[in-house]
Design a protein around this ligand. Structure first.
Ligand SMILES: Cc1cc2nc3c(=O)[nH]c(=O)nc-3n(C[C@H](O)[C@H](O)[C@H](O)COP(=O)(O)O)c2cc1C
Length: 405
């Protein structure tokens, strides 16, 4: 941990006193702390104590002319290796989950490009309230890490979950969070797409496909585990994303492309989503009704944007672009042609036709793929989708370390 730095946001809860000890524990381990103290936080610990322990200026005001000229709020949010919120109040959790930026702490949380670790502390009823549950779930889905809260007797005299984790537990969580960033792909940003897209016909009907998203979710988790700062842009599926990835949920191919472009620049793009090639030319504003004359509506389809080809030829092209080719016949020939046509570096090709038992890799837990690069074609044995993901990430790591053949 030595030499790393943390931006510590101290919210307004009684547990704020423990954050003073946290700063000391981090300093003992050679971790530099810079602090934002919320207005409410300053009711519990003084800016002077925080400044003395961090040996740094303490930041509190979003509209401070002096602070803004010395170090702007955006720079403040990004200068550290990790953002830690301790105590994370119901208020700060709700603001981040809702995208609010009404003070320096919440603005820094929205603006940061670093991982966020929260140590919640609040009354047990507050912690269990449906709205705080919703905030916690949203934040976890967005890739925010949590430590605690612990069960125990609270300052308010009640008993249950809500006590902030102890300083040494928070130090251990910080260590883990920093390790994640320091993995083989630390410092690189990865963009992964997964799942199907849904192309609406009217408010209740859509055209989609059988993609489950499992392979893409596994790849995103493996990239994040290797330290990449990972964004997963997912079509509508019902599986949980790794808490270490930032999840962006979309519905249509056009939404998916816009979400991907908004995440550029990135170093690695793995486009595993089964994007609909076509969409109905018009999505009716109200449900299409059966006519009395039993006439059957005619569907006119128009082409969707090609997300892989767009990124493969983008002016902000990721350094490594990997596409998926789900084919039902002539898998290798089609995939090889696709690699060149789409401007991809590698293609992962798989046969998605149903096997003798009527099973398809779409929706299943196993996959059998080929990795096709400019110079090689490798057939991988059938394995669990999580293993395909890990093996792909090994190849990506070797590529960035310049050791792939
Ligand atoms: C004595 C006292 C203790 C409080 N303790 C907590 C707490 O532990 N957790 C919490 O979420 N809010 C607590 N609050 C409420 C917050 O201080 C309040 O919601 C404040 O607006 C939070 O601001 P901040 O999120 O910007 O720090 C407490 C309030 C008081 C008066």
């Amino acid at each position: 941990m030595r030499g790393r730095s943390v931006l510590l946001i101290i919210g307004g809860g009684i547990a704020a006193y423990k954050s003073l000890d946290l700063i000391r524990r981090l300093a003992e381990r050679g971790v530099k702390t810079r602090a934002i103290l919320t207005r409410a936080g300053a009711e519990f610990v003084t800016p002077l104590s925080v400044a003395a322990l961090t040996t740094e200026k303490v930041y509190s005001d979003l509209f401070s002319l002096t602070d803004e000229s010395e170090m702007g709020h955006i720079e403040l949010s990004r200068a550290a290796d990790l953002v830690v919120v301790a105590p994370a109040t119901a208020d700060l959790m709700g603001k981040l989950a809702g995208g609010l930026a009404s003070d320096l702490a919440s603005t820094a949380l929205l603006a940061t490009d670093k991982r966020i670790l929260m140590a919640p502390a609040m009354n047990v009823r507050m912690w269990q309230s449906p709205s705080v549950r919703r905030s916690a779930e949203t934040l976890a889905r967005d890739g925010v890490l949590f430590v605690g809260p612990n069960d125990g007797e609270m300052a308010c005299g009640e008993f249950g979950p809500g006590r902030m984790a102890e300083p040494l537990e928070i130090v251990a969580a910080i260590e883990r969070a920093l390790e994640i960033r320091g993995g083989a792909l630390g410092g690189l940003k990865a963009l992964v797409t997964a799942g199907p897209t849904q192309e609406p016909l009217d408010p209740v009907r859509f055209i989609a496909n059988r993609s489950s998203g499992k392979q893409g979710y596994a790849i995103a988790a493996a990239l994040a585990a290797a330290g990449a700062d990972t964004v997963l842009v997912s079509g509508p599926v019902d599986i949980a994303a790794s808490p270490h990835v930032k999840l962006v949920k979309v519905t249509t191919a056009r939404d998916m492309l816009a979400a991907c472009e908004a995440e550029l620049p990135a170093d690695i793009a793995v486009m595993s989503a089964a994007v609909a090639d076509w969409r109905p030319d018009i999505a009716a504003g109200s449900k299409i009704k059966k006519g009395a004359d039993h006439s059957i509506p005619t569907l006119k389809l128009v082409e969707n944007p090609d997300i892989l080809a767009t990124l493969g030829h983008h002016r902000n092209r990721p350094r490594l672009v990997i596409g998926f080719a789900a084919e039902t016949d002539d898998v290798l020939a089609h995939a090889t042609a696709k690699r060149a046509r789409k401007g991809a570096d590698w293609i992962i090709a798989n046969d998605v036709s149903t096997d003798d038992k009527g099973e398809s890799v779409m929706g299943g837990d196993r996959n059998q793929v080929h990795l096709i690069t400019a110079t090689t074609q490798e057939r991988w044995p059938q394995m669990a989708k999580a293993d395909v993901a890990r093996r792909l990430v090994q190849h990506i790591t070797q590529h960035f370390q310049g050791t792939d053949s």
